[in-house]
Design a protein around this ligand. Structure first.
Ligand SMILES: CSCCC(=O)C(=O)COP(=O)(O)O
Ligand SMILES: [Zn+2]
Length: 204
């Protein structure tokens, strides 16, 4: 697929998730890989639901620099971490959904376990609701390089195979193409909503 087509798919994904209310205000950031060295990341501070292709900046996967001199997402270091860890990663979506924000605060410890849901199969490699699916949860940090280092050092690649939650902040997920990243986002968001409702009803 050409870079132009991949960016067009990403712009469509941003419109889709923006329309769902998953990137309120200026929350969220999105990217696609160009090759082993470069990715294209949303510019910082924009409304991510109304981005166009010119709002994506070329960024070095190795050192987070942007040759354009414009400012890529404040969370660039989390996107490039995924691209460095997973050569197969082609797209990264970070969103501020209500469900991800709230559920990540309810989780004690550093893992959200989801089990018993058919929709677990929306995630790559999952084939049964019986499996216990683990999504890592990290405490939020305003220093993204510290946060990226903490994620890298405290987690196995397997743990990060779909993405991770930042406590009180949101979800970052990825895919081998934009379509898969969208599916992971939609599947996880559905699972988070179910889990919040299940926990709420359980305490009634
Ligand atoms: C009100 S959004 C706070 C920053 C954030 O978490 C985010 O996802 C957006 O940051 P960016 O620099 O990518 O616009
Ligand atoms: Zn964010």
């Amino acid at each position: 697929m050409t870079q132009q087509l991949q960016l067009a798919e990403l712009v469509a994904a941003c419109r889709w998730l923006g329309a769902k209310g998953w990137a309120p205000a200026t929350g969220g950031n999105m990217s696609v890989r160009q090759d082993t060295q470069w990715c294209w990341l949303s510019e910082s501070g924009k409304d991510k639901g109304s981005l166009t292709e010119s709002d994506f900046l070329q960024v070095s996967i190795a050192d987070n620099t942007a040759p354009s001199g414009r400012t890529p997402s404040a969370e660039t270091g989390l996107h490039t971490l995924i691209y460095r860890l997973f050569p197969e990663a082609q797209a990264v979506l970070h969103v501020h959904t209500v469900n991800a924000t709230v559920l990540s605060r309810l989780v004690k410890g550093n893992r959200l376990t989801l089990q018993g849901y058919e929709m677990q199969k929306s995630l790559r490699g999952q084939s049964s609701h019986l499996d216990a699916l683990q999504i890592p949860v990290f405490d939020n940090d305003q220093d993204i390089s510290v946060l990226a280092q903490r994620i890298h050092s405290g987690t196995s690649k397997e743990d990060l195979q779909w993405g991770f939650l930042l406590r009180g902040h949101g979800l970052t997920c990825w895919g081998r193409n934009v379509e898969e990243a969208r599916r992971h986002l939609e599947g996880l968001e559905f699972l988070f909503e179910c889990e919040i409702l299940r926990r709420r009803l359980e305490v009634l």
